[in-house]
Design a protein around this ligand. Sequence first.
Ligand code: URA
Ligand code: CA
Length: 433
Amino acid sequence: MRMVDLISKKRNGDELTKQEIDFVIKGYTNGDIPDYQMSAFAMAIYFQDMTTSERVHLTMAMVESGDQIDLSDIEGIKVDKHSTGGVGDTTTLILAPLVASVGVPVAKMSGRGLGHTGGTVDKLESIKGFEVELDSEKFNELVNKNKVAVVGQSGNLTPADKKLYGLRDVTGTVNSIPLIASSIMSKKIASGADAIVLDVKIGSGAFMKNLEDAKELAQAMVQIGNGAGRNTIAVISDMNQPLGFAIGNALEVKEAIDTLRGNGPADLHELCLTLGSQMVYLAGKAKTIEEAREKLENVIETGAAIEKFKTFITSQGGDASVVDDPSKLPTAAYTFEVKVKEDGFVSEIIADEIGIAASILGAGRTTKDSVIDLAVGIMLNKKVGEKVSTGDTLATIHSNQELVTDVIEKVYNSYKISKKVVEPNPLVYDIIH
Ligand code: URA
Ligand code: CA
């Protein structure tokens, strides 16, 4: 087999076989196939697309390019959740203890990654003593005992995807449905999930800017998941404003605590119930989505969900007293209020811009080696659709620097104020099976 022939075959729009796709991914991972040939191949996919079976073969070839996590020592159907990205997305922190408290095993592996705020692992580390470096035996034991554990990413998962994603980034081939879908799904499948719930975001703060594209991506990922023997469901949700009020690490932990007690922001609460009921259903812990939702509402009401969060923290060495006393979380030295300068209605909060403002404060990593400031971030006070008057507080900035004029300005500018009444977008647009 020669790479040049496979590039031509894809360029002409013909369907590649499993053997051919395996050849490309193996050869690219071990260095036999150079970047220039792989770039041409990615561009051919960009223009010619891939059939469902090609997409499944590509995904599985990337899964097999590296280590795969074996969760078979954990009892039950392991359901993983993945969000295609957004700002202030606190859902994992909430969903892990929430669905665990109705008996769904949550064996979560989470990276530190780059982003506007830290990943789930960073957020959890704002709890004193919390340890995410667990060996696999301890991890399995904790999930079997408590139904929930979170471990930092280790091992060499999907090296083919890492290499290809880097190449796509500099060759104009990121924005291709088959390439995005296989990239995301390969990582989920390699992490050992039996079933997967995807949260595909639409809006200014997301990869997909409109419903049509988001649906296409969601369908592509659901088909790959099901084709690879993993029951997969996708929820399409709104990211035309950040989710919840908090953007920042310790601030989001506090928001997760509030939500697990039933006192969280309405949008975050609702999205967690939507995603959570799909997880409970896929795990076989409820016969219908409605029954799953009732179970989740019930554990929030009885306090079982917040108790599960405490158990989860304690069993990974953390100080669970922060749950009853969140003032023990890292706190920033200064707060600044961003004020409304004209009367009207909030029509949009550009999520990306708020995310950048949080990252200027130090809430996220700009390079692999940056140190995160767990205390800083932004608390939104007004959300889309709300009526505002001059002098109201739009948002509060939590900072460890005394002078943050640029951040105040950025947050102010991310709020769009309209003179007319504004109907907020739906939170959930569609659910793809
Ligand atoms: N996220 C990924 O992991 N891969 C892509 O290709 C795009 C977004
Ligand atoms: Ca949030």
